[in-house]
Design a protein around this ligand. Structure first.
Ligand code: IMP
Ligand code: MG
Length: 191
């Protein structure tokens, strides 16, 4: 297993420094699962996982929640191929199932400016769920531009561009089993 701070070559001379280990992620997912399980024991839990970044997290998280639940996916894109938020978002994959009167838990990989969450929550509210809460694996509090409350947060992180465990840089590196900080071949660290 790759330890925190270890640096690994991932592509050409790009490298990634481990920021959150597989072990840390696994322990956090288990802890979040237990909290959600308690909070939703007498509710009608409907998990909305946000494609594509949140799929690894969502798949692990739902397996840590021992409750009957429904899982569906939505895709919203606010980023082009790079790292800059545009502030705009569009639903590129609709939910397949109805969330009317359900207790919706949105599962996101990361809360950055929160524009994506803002747009996603207005879209979901228009479908009359009974309640909506948000669970984000990572939060960059420093980057927040919208007052969208996060009900469950895995890790508060610094203002760094991270990859792995679902998170991409230009669609790559989602399959790294840990969360890392990308260093490009010219030594640049993205943020
Ligand atoms: P927001 O709308 O600025 O909150 O952006 C949220 C989305 O931007 C996330 O769902 C990610 O897809 C992407 N994103 C934000 N920060 C990072 C990062 O550090 N690495 C990879 N993707 C990121
Ligand atoms: Mg995303």
């Amino acid at each position: 297993m790759t330890g925190k701070g270890n640096v690994t070559a991932i592509s050409g001379s790009d490298t990634v420094e481990v920021y959150l280990t597989e072990e840390q992620i696994r322990a956090k997912v288990a802890e979040l699962g237990r909290r959600i399980e308690k909070d939703y024991a007498d509710k009608d839990l409907f998990v909305v996982a946000v494609l594509r970044g949140a799929i690894f997290f969502a798949c692990d998280l739902v397996r840590a929640i021992d409750l009957p639940l429904v899982l569906d996916f939505v895709q919203i894109s606010s980023y082009a191929d790079g790292t800059e938020s545009t502030g705009r978002a569009k639903i590129t994959k609709e939910l397949d199932l109805s969330i009317k009167d359900k207790d919706v838990l949105v599962v996101e990989d990361i809360a950055d400016t929160r524009h994506t969450l803002h747009n996603l929550l207005s879209f979901l509210r228009s479908k009359f769920p009974r309640s909506i809460r948000v669970c984000a694996l990572l939060n960059k509090e420093e980057r927040k531009e919208r007052e969208i409350p996060l009900d469950y947060v895995g890790f508060e992180i610094e203002n760094l561009f991270v990859i792995g465990y679902g998170l991409d840089y230009a669609q790559r590196y989602r399959n790294l089993p840990f969360v890392g900080v990308l260093r490009l071949s010219d030594g640049e660290i993205l943020s």
